[in-house]
Design a protein around this ligand. Sequence first.
Ligand code: SIN
Length: 331
Amino acid sequence: MARGRGMTDPRILVLATGGTIAGQAGDAMRADYRPGQIGIGAYLEQAHALGIAAQFTGRQIANIGSEDIDASIWSRLYAEIDLAMRDEGIDAIIVTHGTDTAEETAFLLDLTLPSTKPVVLVGAMRPADAVGYDGMRNFANAVRVAGDPEAAGRGVLVVMGDRVHSARDVRKAQTRATEAFRGFPRESVAIVTPSRLDWFGAPWRVDEPARLEFLPLPEVPILAVYAGMSAAAAERQLAGDPPGIVVSGLGEGNMPDPVRQVLLRHARRGCLVVRASRTDEGLVDREPQDDANGFVAARALGVPKARMLTALLLANGIADPVEAQHFFDER
Ligand code: SIN
């Protein structure tokens, strides 16, 4: 449905997928709640009642907790945004999303969409009927960002709290705090309130085409490495000879030698092996042995996003580690 406001207000397509931003507990004092309860129509009514100024078109893509996001929802989201990118009647797109997997959805869209119109993901940490609900504030901030033409050319953005993060940098770093997201290596790319937006620097991806094609993703396992891990334990996690493996490695993507031997065997059969880190953040740089081993270094990408990029590269027919490394290196 479209809801009119002033003619100069930005025309924003809002694609709702659920999450805590649309969640309800039924009682302000309850600890538990259900994500994905409020429909997008009711949500946009509330936004207008608060004076959030935009011409909204709302569409309900799903109403789920984001742990249940899947290929069919990603595919619908992508198709809607792809259409909106070419629709002269739409200035920007906002996706409301659960925070648990927001970084994966944001990065998938970031890799597969051109950077010609603002695309902003927004979520919340407290359900809509909680004391101190953060969702409407975050939504108002997202509208402020999406409505700014300067938001284009920065890839997909994630708004949480009063911070704007780039999809490539952002990760969920807290289970409960309302400032639950951090960026690495850039902490954030702007500070926002409903009435003010300050960018830290110029857009860096102006009019860039999509980096990769949106295609069905193959299953890529994460190998969770730990001290004392045996080759047998690693093999158990890698059953079925997957086309790619992301290593949640120790420190800067390290692993015990028996695990390295297992990964070498997989790399030699043509599997794309990516070394990432189980630490909270930090670079995983290439090491001299990566060339001989045929391994890729995840660089600044954390494990969930390294997995997303690996799957998308494989979907696009890129399994060569040297070619794959370029996609991990770029910003
Ligand atoms: C979810 O990811 O759907 C639940 C958690 C949240 O949105 O904060």
